[in-house]
Design a protein around this ligand. Structure first.
Ligand SMILES: [Zn+2]
Length: 466
């Protein structure tokens, strides 16, 4: 199948240009002016007129949790429903987190997550590995995983008794990635200190979801970010702070980068568009319970500055949806029992277009960079994903920068009963979404297929980071 996209504006991270795009099978084979009518494009079965539209690389969400077990329940979206919803929002690849259970091998966890995704995912997918136990056996397994295309490892300074690793364990894992070229991703909040404050609030009868946001001080994120960055400096490895939410943590990343250290970070739409205020209103605030929590609004400007100045390189979602009417109710009477996480995989690209590009904060090229090109570069997919160029996979979104819609749980495709952005109008939306050359969404209609998505065996990102 050969497809020609004509008359659009190709927007890559480094350059926008009026150009046609020729796709053959699963790959982009040519990008340039005047391909229509050329010998190269002769015999194309389909021509798509993209006049007035952007032709962008399919977005990549490097932080999702499909079917994650958490707090006695499971994140609601499966790999099928989650990747389908992602595609409606212009995201054509996800990198999810496989979880090592305490006492089990890394591979056992990976096998479990592979089985969830294989034959179900509608778009391409990869995995990071969450390490719950750092020991001689798991350290050796890290090298094997890197060879198998799982090239990054996530550790936590939060969730004592569940995921928390002590500083020595974190340092050992960093030393191992110094040897195998992998990347350490860190959930950086001081979970031990947070639990003290949370316990004190609960004991004082402050049990509403709002106090989840109060207990997890921004300074606890700043402290943990500095600590793990310093450990990474000592181990001479890059470190990537996930879901950075606060000015306090950003200041630590910026200071580290200014002194030349290999510190990187992502933020998420909820930290750019939602605030601690959303967590008020009684138990309704449970819809917005995630960790780190939503921050006071005065953090927004700092995070946007971080995106503009590249102290933040990526925006991902931390998509981890739980139904409000059932699952979130586990936390009635105690905010510590609300399942942590919120939906977002479908909304990221449009929110950042609307709030970022239309809002005049970032250029359209920077928008493509933070949702697609930088994720590809940092997570070992350079040249394959994240770019509209010959040789790359034909993961392409024909994006209408003038399309308008209103975000709502009634119309979204995520399998969850509420939206954090209910009623918010956005400018910009995907007209056609292609995954490896195949149209999977067209004008709001699903054309894709369960099981179409392939596992992405990723290279190490080290060569691009240093
Ligand atoms: Zn997460």
């Amino acid at each position: 199948m050969r497809t020609l996209i004509t008359n659009g504006t190709v927007v890559n991270a480094d350059l926008s240009a009026a150009a046609d795009v020729l796709i053959d099978g699963e790959k982009i084979v040519a990008v340039g002016r005047g391909l229509a009518g050329s010998d190269l494009a002769a015999g194309a079965e389909r021509t798509v007129d993209a006049s007035g539209k952007y032709v962008i690389p399919g977005a990549i969400d490097v932080h999702t949790h499909m079917e994650l077990p958490f707090g006695g329940t499971f994140a609601k979206d499966t790999f099928e429903t989650g990747t389908r919803a992602a595609a409606f929002g212009g995201t054509t690849s996800i990198i999810d987190f496989a979880v090592q259970s305490k006492g089990a091998t890394l591979h056992a966890g990976l096998d479990t997550w592979m089985a969830k995704a294989q034959g179900n995912a509608c778009t391409d997918y990869g995995f990071h590995m969450i390490i719950s136990d750092v020991n001689d056996a798991t350290l050796a397994e890290m090298d094997q995983l890197v060879a198998e295309g799982i090239t990054d490892f996530k550790l936590f300074t939060a969730y004592p008794g569940v995921f928390l690793s002590d500083d020595g364990s974190i340092f050992r894992a960093m030393q191992q990635t110094e040897k195998n070229g992998g990347l350490i991703m860190m959930h950086a909040e001081n979970g031990l200190a947070i639990d003290i404050v949370a316990g004190q609030l609960a004991a004082a009868g402050k049990t509403d979801p709002y106090y989840h946001g109060v207990a997890r001080y921004p300074i606890f994120e700043g402290e943990a970010s500095n600590r793990v960055i310093r450990l990474a400096e000592a181990a001479h490895v890059p470190v990537y702070i996930v879901h950075l939410s606060s000015r306090d943590a950003l200041e630590e990343v910026r200071a580290a980068r200014d002194r030349g250290s290999m510190a990187f970070a992502e933020t998420c739409p909820q930290y750019l568009f939602l605030s601690l205020d959303d967590m008020g209103n009684g138990f309704n605030g449970a819809k917005f319970v995630c960790s780190p929590p939503l921050r006071p609004k005065d953090h927004w400007e700092s995070l946007w500055q971080g995106l503009v100045k590249d102290d933040l390189q990526v925006v991902s979602t931390d998509h981890c949806p739980f139904d409000f009417e059932t699952q979130k109710q586990l936390g009635v009477g105690d905010f510590r029992k609300v399942p942590n996480g919120l939906p977002g995989v479908e909304d990221r690209v449009d929110l950042l277009h609307d709030g970022g590009v239309v809002g005049g904060r970032i250029t359209r090229e920077r928008w493509v960079e933070i949702v697609s090109a930088a994720p590809a570069r940092m997570f070992g997919l350079s040249g394959v994903k994240g770019v509209v160029a010959p040789g790359a996979d034909a993961d392409i979104v024909i994006y209408d920068p003038a399309r308008r819609h209103t975000i709502s749980a009634r119309t979204h495709h995520m399998d969850v009963d509420y939206s954090c952005y209910e009623g918010r109008p956005v400018v910009g939306g995907s007209d056609i979404v292609m995954s490896r050359g195949r149209v999977i969404v067209e004008d709001g209609d699903w054309k894709g297929e369960k099981g179409w998505g392939k596992f992405m065996k990723r290279r190490t990102a080290r060569e691009y980071l240093v």
